[in-house]
Design a protein around this ligand. Structure first.
Ligand SMILES: CC(C)(COP(=O)(O)OP(=O)(O)OC[C@H]1O[C@@H](n2cnc3c(N)ncnc32)[C@H](O)[C@@H]1O)[C@@H](O)C(=O)NCCC(=O)NCCS
Ligand SMILES: Nc1ncnc2c1ncn2[C@@H]1O[C@H](COP(=O)(O)OP(=O)(O)OP(=O)(O)O)[C@@H](O)[C@H]1O
Length: 201
């Protein structure tokens, strides 16, 4: 199954709950970090495109600086995505092939709606929260400014466009307990229908 949602909608919280239920989770944000880790061809390509000033003194990608650049400028964002996304989708395919037979594999892909990959999955779970709640969580838990937080939301698909690709909606406006109950319901539904990726039981 594919899982998506806007920034700070609660995707990581939901995937942790799905892991507890026995799912194997493949997290595109984690892979997007791995493919530009120090010493990777991905990082070399990023430096060629954006320059050495986006590296920390230790030689890692300066993520806060990169974030300020790409969430303020759509053209830079597209250039970064053109480097990172193909590497991420390569890793996703490799991990998918390694998953145990019969496992429910959950692909946590923040940009599933934007990248038009929803058709890859039988089940698309959208974690949904209103903009104000996304902002509140980002300001409270991540120490971002309101401007940083809004620029990320604005770089993403609208709530309506994302909901349009959903087969299941997990509304995350209540407590964590409410969320856990809804996640268990969706998981049971997906298991009874078959696990979601083409070719999987
Ligand atoms: C710009 C970068 C370096 C900022 O790093 P940072 O550590 O601050 O953020 P992190 O990677 O943890 O992403 C957090 C959230 O930001 C949002 N986000 C990240 N990249 C994008 C993007 N290209 N467009 C819209 N939203 C994005 C997502 O909701 C994501 O869950 C990083 O986000 C990045 O490399 N982005 C490009 C790769 C990408 O598109 N990743 C998203 C999933 S594959
Ligand atoms: N129902 C909830 N009640 C209270 N806090 C919540 C709830 N759901 C999520 N949170 C908190 O909101 C923040 C954002 O949630 P989470 O990290 O799961 O979102 P995300 O969609 O994975 O974010 P990102 O897009 O950055 O990867 C976290 O600090 C999380 O602990």
């Amino acid at each position: 199954m594919g899982l998506t949602g806007g920034v700070a909608s609660g995707k990581s919280t939901v995937t942790a709950m799905l892991r507890d239920l026995g799912a194997v989770v493949i997290d595109a944000d984690v892979l997007a970090r791995e493919v530009v880790a120090r010493g990777t061809p991905g990082l070399t390509a990023v430096v060629e495109a954006f320059g050495e000033e986006l590296l920390t003194p230790e030689g890692d990608l300066d993520r806060p600086a990169m974030g300020r650049l790409v969430f303020g400028d759509a053209e830079s964002r597209r250039r970064l995505e053109a480097i990172v996304h193909p590497l991420v989708y390569e890793r996703i395919a490799a991990l998918e092939a390694e998953a145990p037979a019969g496992a429910v594999v959950v692909h946590d892909i923040p940009l599933l709606a934007e990248n038009r990959r929803a058709g890859d999955f039988d089940h698309v779970v959208v974690v949904d929260a209103p903009r104000e709640l996304q902002l509140e969580r980002m300001l409270r838990d991540r120490g971002w400014t309101r401007e940083d937080a809004e620029s990320r939301i604005d770089a993403q698909a609208s709530r309506e466009d994302r909901l349009a690709v959903a087969t299941h909606v997990v509304e995350n406006t209540g407590t964590r307990e409410d969320l856990r109950d809804r996640v268990a319901e969706v998981f049971a539904d997906v298991v009874s229908a078959g696990s979601g990726a083409p070719g999987r039981p």
